[in-house]
Design a binder for this molecule. Structure first.
Ligand code: SAM
Ligand code: SF4
Ligand code: SF4
Length: 367
């Protein structure tokens, strides 16, 4: 057992097992509830987005997890059950590229049988690059997937190829988005990471394209997460700058905020169906409402996207270990959680004390 696991075990000894629904909802040291789990099912990807898996690093010598090092779906079910018992209502399946993991639909079928503490169906979402979505959308919906988010950084093929470093046309991703909408995995969200000077000229074409659909388009500030090549403050186009660009052509009005823990601030077109959201992870961090835990494809629990070290859940995943022990370990880790990296980093930047430390790879832990 490693040091982190031992620390968790020690903490677990003093953590009372929840006895009813309200006691079961885990809270961290800033009183933030545990509501969302992002579960990475694979660390591999068929894209090489320059801001996430630059080809110079993720080349043929790069050591991805072996199949035997990845969690099995049985282990992931045990993890999902423990998180749901602690108050999680949404599970987002991510990666790497989650659609590369074989048998995903069967796993989703199993997840869809779980209910939340208040008896509602679990909200199961998937984040994908969309390249394999068109043929899989119906099967994913039939398995019980509730929603899908597709990442798409450009409408222009040249810009898209440059950012994703893959030889595919944008039409392939748009087809995936259309199929997902058509089978009812709606509303589809489209996430676009904007890098200043790289794809900021795609903001208006993307807004124009999705304006007459029910699609929720969200622009994300480029973050300095592990893997991000060439990140510097000057490469971040801030959310308010992106909105100003949109509003030069498309007037927006603020949309009602339905979910206090939502990462994006959403706007409606004055005339049009789609919405446009902005995720200001860098310029206006939202750590105060952060209710997300992440589990990597090899079973490490991260309580912040920018964590340098995870807590190994594998000691609790053996068949002989009761699920309650895993639940206690996660509960203890969440109780001790103090993360608010983006807020602290924003303070450091304001104070001119510069940039940060290395963080976990985004492709391992999921976005
Ligand atoms: N492969 C899937 C995809 O691209 O949707 C799922 C995993 S990917 C790591 C999840 C999200 O993280 C994507 O929307 C991606 O754009 C975002 N992401 C990755 N690196 C990022 C960075 N440096 N800054 C902001 N977002 C990033
Ligand atoms: Fe792959 Fe998604 Fe990372 Fe792009 S952002 S390299 S699609 S994991
Ligand atoms: Fe949550 Fe960490 Fe991001 Fe803050 S920096 S919003 S705590 S994941």
């Amino acid at each position: 057992m490693n040091a982190v696991a031992e620390a968790i075990t020690a903490q677990s000894a003093v953590t009372a097992r929840p006895v009813d629904a309200s006691a079961a909802a885990a809270r961290d040291s800033h009183d933030r509830p545990l509501r969302d789990l992002r579960l990475s099912v694979i660390d591999q990807c068929n894209f090489r987005c320059t801001y996430c898996m630059p080809r110079e690093v993720f080349d043929e010598h790069y050591r991805f997890l072996r199949a035997s090092e990845r969690l099995s779906f049985d282990q992931m079910m045990k993890i999902a059950q423990a998180f749901v018992a602690l108050g999680v209502e949404k599970i987002r399946i991510t990666g790497g590229e989650p659609l590369l993991r074989r048998g995903l639909e069967t796993f989703i079928e199993r997840l869809a049988r779980l209910t939340t503490l208040n008896g509602k169906p679990l909200d199961i979402a998937l984040t994908t690059n969309g390249s394999l979505l068109a043929a899989r959308a119906r099967g994913l919906r039939d398995a019980g997937l509730s929603r899908v988010t597709v990442s798409l950084d450009a409408l222009d093929d040249t810009v898209f190829r440059r950012m994703s470093d893959v030889d595919l046309p944008v039409a392939r991703i748009l087809d995936g988005i259309e199929q997902a909408q058509a089978v009812g995995l709606a509303p589809v969200k489209v996430n676009t990471v904007i890098e200043r000077g790289v794809n900021d000229n795609q903001i208006l074409p993307l807004v124009q394209h999705f304006k007459s659909s029910d699609i929720a388009l969200r622009f994300i500030e480029f973050m300095d997460v592990g893997g991000a090549a060439g990140w510097s403050n000057s490469t971040v186009l801030k959310a308010h700058e992106m909105r100003a660009i949109v509003e030069t052509v498309f007037p927006l009005v603020a949309a009602d905020r339905v979910d206090a823990s939502a990462t994006s601030v959403d706007y409606r077109h004055v005339d049009g169906q789609g919405t446009v959201g902005f995720i200001a992870s860098v310029s206006e961090p939202f750590c105060g409402q952060c209710s997300r835990a992440r589990v990597s494809a090899d079973g490490q629990l991260y309580t912040c996207l920018f964590a340098t070290q995870g807590a190994d859940l594998k000691p609790w995943l053996g068949e002989a270990v009761p699920g309650e022990h895993l639940q206690d370990a996660i509960h203890a880790r969440w109780n001790a959680r103090d993360d608010r990296y983006s807020e602290l980093n924003a303070d450091r930047r304001r104070a001119g004390t510069g940039k940060s430390w290395p963080t976990v790879r985004m492709s391992l832990v999921g976005g």
